[in-house]
Design a protein around this ligand. Structure first.
Ligand code: ADP
Ligand code: MG
Length: 224
């Protein structure tokens, strides 16, 4: 599903250049559930953003579902993202003035699906997350766990092949973290490839495989 060869990435700010990814090779099969672990600043989010076509790499190759991803136009990148990928973030990234149902329905707006149909589909996804009764609540009326479940429903509504989650439990207490991990495991059981960045060991243990990044290099791959 994902294959990258010798990916390098530097951030240039003014006169300074920071070499963050130093030749990453990685292969993730369809249906795998993997975690990416490493210290703060080791390049985890940079790698995930490249996998999510939210950022460009400088050199090396990235193949997503057999298609090469290389300096795509913003339009092509958006098309590929919408077709293939769903995102979950530590800070949920919900739109604060839209209710849970509208947040979940948002990706369908960009597919020109009429409002009534969007909301109906969104309700199905909320129901799967056990949040039917919370559909008309705003994000600030929801708990952290509920917000993350809304975000997962929003990530799933576009029928992605891969879910990319950057510290999805980073803002949650341990009981709620387990709940969110259970949901991500269910998502994976339905055949979707799941990639989770975390710095929590017990979260990583819930995935099949852990990829350790140290200072921009993959230093270890552990089968859990
Ligand atoms: P992690 O997610 O593992 O904590 P990141 O991938 O976010 O690490 O960051 C790796 C390094 O790159 C850090 O030193 C960070 O400060 C730097 N960095 C991240 N994003 C940018 C950016 N947009 N511009 C400049 N430096 C960045
Ligand atoms: Mg990060």
């Amino acid at each position: 599903m994902i294959k990258i060869n010798k990916i390098h990435k530097s951030y240039v700010t003014g006169q300074n250049s920071l070499h963050v990814l130093k030749g990453i090779d990685l292969e993730i099969e369809t249906g795998e559930m993997v975690s990416i672990m490493g210290a703060s600043g080791s390049g985890k989010s940079t790698l995930l953003n490249i996998l999510g076509i939210l950022d460009n790499h400088d050199s090396g190759e990235y193949f997503l579902n057999g298609q090469i991803v290389n300096k795509l136009s913003e339009r092509k990148a958006a098309m590929l993202r919408n077709k293939m990928l769903g995102f979950v973030f530590q800070s949920f990234n919900l739109v604060s003035f839209k209710n849970a149902m509208e947040n979940v329905a948002l990706p369908l707006y960009y597919q020109d699906i009429p409002r009534k149909k969007r909301n109906l589909i969104a309700m199905e996804y909320l129901e799967r997350m056990g949040l039917k009764d919370w559909a008309h609540h705003l994000p600030n009326e929801l708990s952290g766990g509920q917000k993350q479940r809304v975000a997962i429903a929003r990530a799933l509504i576009g029928k992605p092949k891969v879910i990319l989650a950057d510290e999805p439990t980073g803002a949650l207490d341990s009981a709620t973290s387990l709940e969110v991990m259970n949901i991500l495991q269910e998502v994976n059981s339905s055949g979707i490839t799941v990639i989770i960045v975390t710095h929590e060991h017990d979260i990583a243990l819930r995935t099949r495989k852990t990829i350790r990044i140290t200072d921009g290099n993959i230093t270890e791959i552990i089968v859990n």
